[in-house]
Design a protein around this ligand. Sequence first.
Ligand SMILES: NC(=O)c1ccc[n+]([C@@H]2O[C@H](COP(=O)([O-])OP(=O)(O)OC[C@H]3O[C@@H](n4cnc5c(N)ncnc54)[C@H](O)[C@@H]3O)[C@@H](O)[C@H]2O)c1
Length: 416
Amino acid sequence: MDYKVKDIKLSREGKMQLEWAEKEMGALLEVKKHFQKEKPFKGERVGMALHVTKETGVLVRTLIAGGAKVAITGCNPLSTQDDVAAALAEEGVHVYAKKGETKEEYYEYLNKVLDFNPTATIDDGLDLVTELHTKRTDLLKDIKVGTEETTTGVIRARAMAKEGALKYAVIAVNDNKTKHLFDNYYGTGQSTIDGILRATNILFAGKTFVVVGYGSCGKGVALRAKGMGGNVIVVEVNPIAALQAKMDGFIVMPLEHALPLGDVFITVTGNKHAIPKTAFRSMKDGAILANSGHFDVEIDVKGLEQMSYSKRRLRWQLDEYTLRRGKKKIYLCAEGRLVNLGAAEGHPSTVMSLSFCGQALALEYGLKRKLEPGIYTLPEHIDERIARLQLKAMGVKIGALTKEQERYLNSWKEGT
Ligand SMILES: NC(=O)c1ccc[n+]([C@@H]2O[C@H](COP(=O)([O-])OP(=O)(O)OC[C@H]3O[C@@H](n4cnc5c(N)ncnc54)[C@H](O)[C@@H]3O)[C@@H](O)[C@H]2O)c1
């Protein structure tokens, strides 16, 4: 069996983690049951680049139940849960992932997944698709469809399509309402706080948090930081998002004004250098930085290193930088990579069940059709099916429109 994991002996713990995740992923298990009967992926080879977590493990098992063969690598060098990787490898999945892998290993493992000659891809951030379109173009002819998990990956895929560079259909799972309104908001909200707590164990109450970016993720992070007693400042560049933040009760200001006020800075923009090199000198001595956006470009970590006189690992997933001028100390969580996956376990299983129902059903949808190259979103009825599955899993019943109400909503004739 071909795999690269940290230690195959961790598989026992990994299996227990998967068991715990499954308990919270009832909606995805319903989809798995349907796949077990229908076998929609018979004969398909699925190449995946997703955070190798216990929840992703449950998705992998779901695809296999549907008849797929799966090869998987991580989509971030720090996010792999080594016990889960070992458990999947033992179950016969081609897994190439280790927590703390080097950049070279990261690309080696992406290519291992491509060596599997996939007929479909599941990506998170678009590095697998990019590698395929730049270095492994010979494999493109066999790919029928791809799915993309996150905002940053969808932005990259749309840019590729705009340039005419995208050679197959990619379904933007992040665009599902049951994805970005839940995973990005509740998931990132809770797990980002979890990551900062595990890295620092600071008291949130009374601290000033600066949340940079008030999109789906930023809204969740700001709300949770406030809920734990933090004073929250929001930094935005989009006037609508900034106005929402203001009306949600947050203080809104440009980054320059927030720099001397913040105790903790959290980036969730999907953008490069949201905290640029020029920012560090204006921060308080002891400021803590964390990123929860997809790539480690949001905080200019290289700039921070250049300005620093020394750096040391102070705690697990917490580095202390001492700036040359003034000997001010700045603390960085999880090397500036996604703090919720680097320093914690990523999103809770319940919310990933929703996202991964989206992945599983998007793959089934895409493989059933011959889609032209381009970016697709799932039809509303599939999104609603996912929401219903989740409601059922949570034991929640809802009402339905009467025939008269349906008629009323579909007509224009009845007014005052
Ligand atoms: N940590 C996780 O597990 C996780 C989960 C989902 C998404 N993500 C990632 O988080 C990032 C944000 O995702 P989202 O869905 O919230 O995106 P979004 O597009 O909804 O929101 C991003 C916001 O950041 C703002 N922004 C952009 N550049 C800025 C700058 N320089 N300064 C201030 N604000 C700026 C934008 O105006 C926008 O309102 C993406 O990289 C996404 O892939 C991470």
